[in-house]
Design a protein around this ligand. Structure first.
Ligand SMILES: Nc1ncnc2c1ncn2[C@@H]1O[C@H](COP(=O)(O)OP(=O)(O)O)[C@@H](O)[C@H]1O
Ligand code: SF4
Ligand SMILES: [Mg+2]
Length: 287
């Protein structure tokens, strides 16, 4: 696992790496002696800082998927919009999907400037009670993500978890990179102190049909196998893609569709799940 302490240079190979303390990047780093000796470093202070930072957030949910293109960001956006229909609650999305940070586009705020003040990065407000922060705001183009590898990615993810000034929130939804990479381990580690209510796994029947016969419903079977609740299934509807591309709300555009109904049921399930707050759980949505 590429663990990069907050005080390490950006080229840090990770404290768990064979090269820890031994490469040129380590010269002058405060941890060099400990890293080179193979001793474990004290816990990353960022974990505590992130915990403090997220103390004003009631519920934190990670949105995960095995691979890209399965509807993870669309789901995150709809979950946020659905939750935000309760005007008494404040919702935010943190988009740390370096592979394709699409939340600004889906939420209709692509290309917005983000500001950093003494109290941290200020999120962009989509509605009075719905704000977002995305790594996409910091990229000048899709090629940028490619140059951010390993430790540098982790440093950036950590910075985002640590430095966004959310204020009081009821729900923070974190759109993560697809797959089960180092980044996920880091995200889970950084959020250890802050506590996460649960993880929502997005999958498609097509993805899973190689593993499970399609007739069983891939997502449902996977949820049973993983012993996590299967929250629901969203029908395919090309208008979802269109609304996401145009950055407008599918719920406002198509309020009575089967997909809207499905989203709403799922959102209710997630509300209930968060209200009961069982720790270290995961749930599954089929898209
Ligand atoms: N239920 C759905 N019906 C039709 N298209 C969908 C649905 N969910 C997502 N999409 C579309 O599928 C594509 C991939 O979705 P996206 O949310 O960007 O995936 P990911 O974040 O997993 O990469 C997008 O064009 C999106 O608009
Ligand atoms: S000594 Fe090297 S491996 Fe250890 S934290 Fe510093 S840069 Fe990273
Ligand atoms: Mg995405």
């Amino acid at each position: 696992m590429a663990d990069v302490p907050t005080n390490a240079p950006i080229e840090c190979p990770g404290t768990q790496s064979q090269q820890a303390g031994k490469v040129s990047a380590c010269n002058g780093c405060a941890n060099q002696q400990l890293c080179a000796s193979g001793a474990s470093l004290p816990p990353d202070p960022a974990i505590e800082i992130i915990k403090q930072r997220l103390q004003t957030v009631k519920h934190k949910l990670l949105i995960l998927s095995g691979k890209g293109g399965v509807g993870k960001s669309s789901f995150t956006a709809h979950l946020a919009r659905g939750l935000a229909t309760n005007e008494d609650e404040d919702i935010a999305i943190l988009d740390i999907d370096l592979c394709g940070p699409s939340i600004p586009r889906i939420m209709g705020v692509e290309g917005h400037q983000v500001f950093q003040s003494m109290s941290g990065w200020s999120p962009v407000f989509v509605e009075d009670n719905l704000s977002i922060m995305s790594i996409g705001f910091l990229l000048s183009g899709p090629a940028d993500a490619v140059i951010w590898r390993g430790p540098k990615k982790n440093g950036l993810i950590k910075q985002f978890l640590r430095d966004v000034n959310w204020g009081e929130l009821d729900y923070l939804l974190i759109d993560t990179p697809p797959g089960t990479s180092d980044e996920h381990i880091s995200i889970a580690q950084y959020l250890k102190g802050a506590g996460v209510d649960g993880a929502i796994v997005i999958t498609t029947p097509q993805t899973e049909s190689q593993i499970f016969p399609p007739t069983t419903g891939g997502g449902r079977q996977m949820a049973i196998d993983m012993d996590v609740p299967f929250i629901g299934k969203i029908p395919l509807d090309p208008r979802i893609g269109k609304c996401c591309d145009e950055g407008i709300s599918y719920f406002s555009e198509v309020p009575d569709s089967p997909a809207t109904k499905a989203y709403k049921n799922i959102i209710e399930e997630i509300r209930k799940f968060c209200a009961s707050k069982p720790a270290n759980d995961a749930s599954e949505v089929e898209n």
